[in-house]
Design a protein around this ligand. Structure first.
Ligand code: C2E
Ligand code: CA
Ligand code: CA
Length: 321
């Protein structure tokens, strides 16, 4: 197949094709076509986008991953009921004043004596849509915290919350979020919803319409992981967004001249379309100084603080607000 399909001729032009093939070998037990396809897709996902490898055969490592996923799926509902998912907060700091403006809420799974990091379960939950329930649960926990903070200390931090792409399949998903903020009497301008850049570039979503609705309800909107997807700043210009979150890959390589220019470029254009910038993943003073010099408004990263418990964040905010 690879040999025969590597080039095709169109209008006298030779077009080179880069195939990605996933192979799964059937056995007698295989009855469900969807499960069979899933395994072939899973094999393909191992090599998709690579130029030096065109096929992958479903193997033991993938079988193990599948079993691990099934184990997680069998206990996720109970985990939610038993409050095993907890929120941690990572402070965000204003570069000009060095004061804390708020935090990003991030989920952790306390399973038995172990803390499971999101990368182990979020991709699976996005696939099986459980993320919709989990995101709403996390959102409600955050609203409870915000309401307590107001009562206890008169704190008004801005809290960012991640919204998975899965929500956008339902145009009216934001109604549930509005209901929760009403229940806890939260001012929605205190809540920043983080949407990954890939959502804004998805042709199946009427993104402007959905974002307008979110904005009309009074939420702040951030574009997360900016620079890793396919959207452009000119596309963002037509969207009612408030903040661009520049992905940490750009500070990881801050010493490279070319990447310095990329952050610089994003910053200049962000200012031009009137949105704030936040750089995430800032780990060292050198990186912090660097992005400050380029005019970044807000910094989030280990340099200031790792994600911390609710209690630790209260203390941190009290000290640095
Ligand atoms: P994200 O939204 O890009 O969140 C930032 C991630 O970068 C967090 O990882 C955070 O701990 C990490 N980080 C922050 N500063 C630094 C730094 O200076 N250095 C390094 N190396 N890492 C830093 P975390 O908590 O493991 O979350 C990973 C991803 O899981 C998040 O990426 C987000 O996409 C997803 N996620 C987490 N919580 C939720 C949630 O409640 N709902 C949804 N839908 N996704 C979530
Ligand atoms: Ca985020
Ligand atoms: Ca991010």
């Amino acid at each position: 197949m690879l040999k025969h399909l590597s080039t095709i001729e169109v209008n006298n032009l030779n077009i080179h094709i880069n195939l990605s093939i996933g192979v799964y070998k059937l056995n007698e037990k295989d009855k469900d076509i969807n499960k069979i396809l899933d395994k072939a897709y899973m094999a393909r996902s191992k090599i998709k986008g690579l130029y030096d490898n065109n096929y992958y055969i479903f193997d033991e490592t993938l079988e193990n991953k599948l079993m691990e996923d099934q184990k997680i799926e069998s206990c996720m509902e109970d985990a939610l009921k038993n409050n095993e998912f907890k929120v941690v907060y990572q402070p965000k700091t204003f570069t000009k004043s060095e004061k804390v403006i708020g935090a990003e809420a991030l989920v952790r799974w306390y399973k038995d004596d172990e803390i499971i990091a999101p990368y182990k379960f979020i991709p699976l939950f996005e696939k099986n849509k459980f993320i919709i329930k989990l995101d709403l649960y996390i959102f409600e926990q955050v609203c409870k915290d915000i309401s307590n903070w107001k009562e206890k200390y008169n704190f008004i931090p801005i809290i960012s919350i991640n919204l998975s792409k899965a929500h956008f399949e339902d145009e009216n998903f934001i109604d549930e979020y509005v209901k929760i903020t009403d229940k806890y009497n939260i001012n929605r301008s205190q809540i920043d919803l983080e949407i990954t850049e890939s959502v804004t570039a998805d042709e199946n979503i009427d993104i402007i319409k959905v974002l307008n609705k979110i904005k009309e309800e009074g939420f702040i909107i951030s574009i997360d992981d900016f620079g890793t997807g396919y959207s452009s700043l000119s596309m963002l210009q037509n969207m009612p967004i408030d903040i661009i979150k520049i992905d940490k890959v750009f500070v990881d390589k801050a010493n490279l001249m070319s990447d310095k220019n990329i952050i610089n470029y994003i910053m200049i254009l962000a200012k031009r379309i009137g949105v704030e910038t936040i750089v995430e993943g800032v780990e060292t003073k050198e990186q912090a100084d660097f992005v400050k010099k380029l005019g970044c408004d807000i910094i989030q990263g280990y340099y200031y603080s790792k994600p911390i418990s609710r209690e630790d964040f209260e203390e941190y905010f009290n000290k640095n607000k």
